[in-house]
Design a protein around this ligand. Structure first.
Ligand code: CA
Ligand code: CA
Length: 425
């Protein structure tokens, strides 16, 4: 199943960038920000550096990039910025076929800079993809040459890119497709990105390029894929372009991100104390990351601590999409595979469990084997022996000793009375 591509607002993008530490555990159901695991803004070179091509650029982490040769020629693959010489004498005007085309790539780089931050938009580098010739369809426009490490195997990863496109009002759009490289195997991430669906932005005149304003302005936006479950411990990124035409398809890209968007698993017992033989409901909460992208196919097995078993009936309940829950009555494990749909903050799976033996049962991360989920915190349930109800206390009966004292008293009383009668007689 493919995750949907979302066109994000700038504010949403900034919230994604405000990532916190991995496994930041909050209350179940409260989404945490994704973790940025890779970022490339093409700024790892001095301002106004001129004539650099994508395949020669080295990122701040040492990352390098490749592309099909068609995307490294004909006004493609140039690291463009508005503060470079407008004449494009370092090969850009030759590559683009005209100074005007080179200057439009500079306008687009500036537009992307202004889109992310109003400061220093002239010095923003972006990668040109202005297609002064037909590149051919579905070729690689951008690809990482080195894999990016993940915190572990089986993580959900999403990709994000900023695209600015010119001439959308009169010519064809760039049609980008993300692929995550999982053990070198490309796995499509989200649907096709139409680079002409962003917001309109005015482009002031620059060199030989006229101003483009209003409905004829650039289209600029951030495009993010849903999460893809990556099996390997490292991941690569490939971006292809389905539009093989050079008529239109006039764009530049910047700010490529990879995000760890793995949901978090929590579990809780209710009640946390129960009589032996009674039921408690074990609820699993799967909480999405705050971009709320689709996460399909996560799974976990909870191996219950010894003495704790699935109740009869199990009373299985789930709000997750595409849920498959295996929790047979009397069984000692609960197996779940399901999906968080696009826009879903969290979902729940609950199963009744019981115990025939008094004691406290700890069910924590060590009981869980999962794919695509941050592990849960520890939860504890206590089963207590049945309460013994004592019979009501009877009215006290005098003991034999007490009877003896009573008899002695009676004798003394009789004796005393007879002595008194003798004195009086
Ligand atoms: Ca940049
Ligand atoms: Ca073109």
């Amino acid at each position: 199943m493919q995750a949907a591509i979302n066109h994000l607002t700038k504010a949403a993008t900034i919230s994604i960038l405000g990532a916190t530490a991995l496994y930041a555990h909050s209350a179940p159901g409260i989404p945490q920000a994704p973790t940025t695991i890779f970022t490339e803004d093409f700024q790892n070179q001095p301002p106004a550096t001129s004539g650099t091509i994508l395949s020669d650029y080295i990122g701040a982490t040492g990352q390098t990039y490749t592309a099909n040769p068609a995307w490294l020629t004909a006004c493609n693959g140039l690291l463009s910025s508005a503060d470079q010489p407008q004449a494009g004498a370092d090969g850009q005007t030759t590559s683009c076929g005209s100074q005007e085309a080179w200057n439009v790539t500079q306008q687009l780089a500036k537009t992307l800079g202004a889109y992310q931050s109003s400061a220093n938009s002239d010095s923003n580098f972006a990668v040109s993809a202005y297609t002064s010739a037909d590149p051919g369809a579905n070729l690689v426009e951008f690809e990482t040459e080195n894999t990016i490490p993940l915190s572990s195997a089986k993580r959900f990863v999403a990709a994000s890119i900023d695209v600015a496109a010119a001439n959308c009002y009169r010519a064809s759009a760039p049609l980008l497709q993300f692929y995550l490289l999982d053990g070198g195997i490309p796995s499509a991430a989200g649907n096709q990105v139409d680079g002409c669906t962003g917001s309109l932005a005015d482009m002031p005149a620059l060199g030989a390029a006229a101003a483009s304003t209003g409905s004829q302005g650039a289209r600029v936006g951030t495009y993010r894929s849903g999460g893809v479950l990556v099996e390997a411990t490292a991941v690569g990124l490939r971006i292809t372009n389905a539009n093989g035409s050079g008529t239109g398809n006039d764009h530049a890209f910047d700010n490529i991100l990879l995000l760890d968007v793995s949901p978090t698993l929590d579990k809780a017992f209710n009640p946390i104390s129960q009589n032996v033989g009674g039921n408690t409901t074990l609820t699993f909460t799967i909480t999405n990351t705050s971009e709320l992208g689709q996460k399909a196919g996560w799974s976990f097995t909870d191996s219950l601590p010894s003495g704790l078993v699935v109740a009869t009936p199990p009373a299985i309940s789930t709000s997750c999409a595409d849920s498959v829950v295996a929790a047979p009555a009397g069984g000692s494990s609960i197996v779940v595979e399901a999906t968080l749909s696009e826009g879903m903050s969290s979902c729940n799976v609950s199963v009744n469990v019981t115990s025939a033996t008094a004691g406290s049962y700890t069910n924590g991360p060590d009981n869980i084997v999962s794919a695509g989920l941050n592990p849960p915190q520890v939860s504890v349930v206590t089963f207590t022996p049945p309460v013994v109800v004592n019979p009501p206390s009877p009215t006290p009966v005098p003991t034999l000793e007490q009877w003896g004292l009573i008899s002695l008293g009676s004798l003394l009383a009789i004796f005393g009375v007879s002595r008194l009668r003798r004195r009086q007689g």
